[in-house]
Design a protein around this ligand. Structure first.
Ligand SMILES: Cc1cc2nc3c(=O)[nH]c(=O)nc-3n(C[C@H](O)[C@H](O)[C@H](O)COP(=O)(O)OP(=O)(O)OC[C@H]3O[C@@H](n4cnc5c(N)ncnc54)[C@H](O)[C@@H]3O)c2cc1C
Length: 494
């Protein structure tokens, strides 16, 4: 049996142990890993970044700017991954955008740190959270230097200050374009239709692991790529893998997802685990409260949380409010699932409008009307009850406080036509858990040691968000750990 075949065979045994949840540090053994010396390499690269989402593009740019020679491998024929679907809210405190453009002067890294830990039920790794909340300010300043317009800063669920920065008017697609333009300008090669299917990791006599290269499928051909300095895994989450979702949270079987079906499939994360990478928070999978709910059930997309930030409120099918709209995602999702028919309707007006609403109308996911009564009929709500609910809410806006649900921001009324209604339902959104990393983005193995030359950033990693990611913290995480991982990766000896 060749080394590779032997490894595949042995890995199968290890994979069953991992997937059965019985794998522990003590069950890792040297013979499971491939020594690698018999591999015939087809190619050699300095630094390989896997994935073209926010984390991968950022990592590649910073690797190049720091003197490395990165190449990007992307399994799809398209750039951007789930990041291109994203609304791209980005949480950061103490930014010049907050202070100089929007007059927000009372937010600090410390408050962002505390909000993130609280939002994650204190199951986050505080060292990673501290790094994120201190360093993300630099990520915002970097995007600003690239020309990101930052048109808004709003409240998102679980935040105690207005710190969710809209990076561009074109949402995630706008940020992917901004980053991809840099990749092109820096002449970083991007190999599309190149899927990483395995990591080649050697185990030293002292039990330490070192990544030597990758097994890839490039346009249907299997190749082995030797890596001189490092690999940065930026392959996103696993929310679209029915198998992994069932394995890590069986209560979510049957839910739809807000992710692309062919992106968040988790195979690279599993391959790293099979080579001995540890994970953090792998059972924490987030449900987002507002996936659209079209009558056909087709073409549903995420309705941005930013709408609640700009003043939309949630009502149930009886046209009544039932939750603090700006509460954490898990709290709002659970509240929706307790309502009759397990869905809710976002209600807004000209005052609460965001450009995204026009897209939702075009896609047939939102109703628009000139009166509240007409809107109620379109959304199948009782007109009199809806009008009473909205009148009551507008009264709270006048008082500046919501005595019933204690909504965090009651500054925007729902008064002027056109009025909008958007039916929505909870769906699988984000996988908080993933590969365990340190503050330099180095992947940690089951013995708590760094796997040499293996780095990860973005949604494929775990530990930062605890049980529940706050809206705006994933983009923060991708941009910040993408940069930190790249800066460390270039220092590896080739
Ligand atoms: C609809 C939606 C809206 C969101 N809005 C926000 C928001 O406003 N703010 C916020 O903070 N977060 C938001 N999120 C979450 C956030 O956008 C994601 O967590 C983030 O974009 C993930 O980026 P990433 O770079 O880690 O992964 P991705 O963007 O998913 O990129 C991963 C890339 O890796 C590629 N890949 C995967 N496996 C392989 C492989 N084996 N070989 C080669 N390539 C591979 C994929 O094809 C993909 O291109 C949103 C998510 C969704 C779905």
């Amino acid at each position: 049996m060749s080394d590779i075949k032997r490894r595949d065979f042995l890995k199968g045994a290890l994979a069953s142990a991992v997937t059965a949840g019985v794998f522990s540090a003590s069950s890792a053994s040297a013979e499971i890993l491939c020594p690698g010396e018999k591999i015939k390499w087809d190619d050699t690269q300095d630094i390989v970044v896997i994935g073209t989402g926010f984390a991968g593009l950022t990592a590649a740019i910073h690797a190049k700017l720091s003197g490395g020679s990165p190449v990007i491998f992307e399994k799809r024929g398209l750039i951007g991954g789930n990041s291109s679907l994203s609304t791209a809210w980005l949480n950061a405190a103490e930014t010049t955008i907050q202070r100089d453009k929007f007059g927000i002067k009372d937010d600090t890294h410390e408050i962002h740190f505390k909000d993130t830990l609280k939002g994650g039920d204190y199951k986050n790794d505080p060292v990673l959270v501290k790094k994120l909340t201190d360093e993300v300010t630099e990520s915002v300043e970097w995007l600003k230097s690239l020309g990101a317009p930052f048109p808004k800063v709003v409240f998102l669920g679980g935040a105690s200050k207005k710190r969710a920065h809209a990076v561009s008017n074109e949402y995630g697609g706008g940020l992917v374009k901004l980053l991809y333009d840099q990749v092109k300008e820096l002449k970083i090669p991007v190999k599309k239709k190149t899927k990483v299917i395995d990591f080649i990791v050697d185990m030293g006599k002292d039990g330490s692991r070192e990544l030597k290269g990758l097994k890839i499928d490039q346009n249907g051909k299997t190749k082995y790529v030797r890596v001189k300095k490092a690999v940065i895994i930026a392959t996103g989450g696993f929310g679209s893998s029915k198998e992994l979702v069932e394995r890590y949270d069986p209560s979510l079987v049957g839910y739809s997802t807000t992710n692309f079906d062919d992106v968040s499939t988790g195979e690279a994360m599993v391959a790293a685990m099979e080579c001995g990478a540890d994970t953090s928070g792998i059972n924490y999978i987030q449900i987002h409260p507002t996936l659209s709910r079209s009558e056909s059930g087709k073409g549903n997309i995420l309705i941005t949380e930013g709408l609640r930030g700009t003043g939309f409120i949630l009502v149930n099918v009886n046209a009544k409010r039932f939750v603090q709209d700006l509460d954490r995602r898990d709290v709002v999702s659970a509240a929706i699932l307790e309502q009759p028919q397990k869905y809710a309707i976002l209600i807004g007006s000209k005052e609460t409008y965001d450009n995204k609403v026009a897209d939702y109308i075009k896609l047939g996911l939102a109703y628009e009307a000139n009166t509240m009564e007409e809107l109620a009929v379109k959304a199948k709500l009782d007109p009199a009850v809806l009008k009473a609910t909205i009148d009551e809410y507008n009264g709270y806006v006048k008082q500046g406080k919501d005595p019933v649900f204690n909504r965090k921001d009651v500054s925007i009324p729902i008064l002027t036509a056109p009025f909008y209604a958007i039916p929505c339902q909870p769906a699988i959104h984000h996988t908080m858990g993933g590969l365990r990393i340190n503050t330099d983005g180095q992947v940690i193995d089951l013995e708590g040691k760094v796997i040499k030359r293996m780095y990860a950033a973005g949604e494929v990693t775990g530990g930062i968000h605890g049980t529940n990611r706050l809206g705006g913290n994933a983009v923060a995480d991708c941009l910040t750990f993408g940069r930190l991982a790249a800066k460390k990766a270039v220092t590896e000896q080739g």
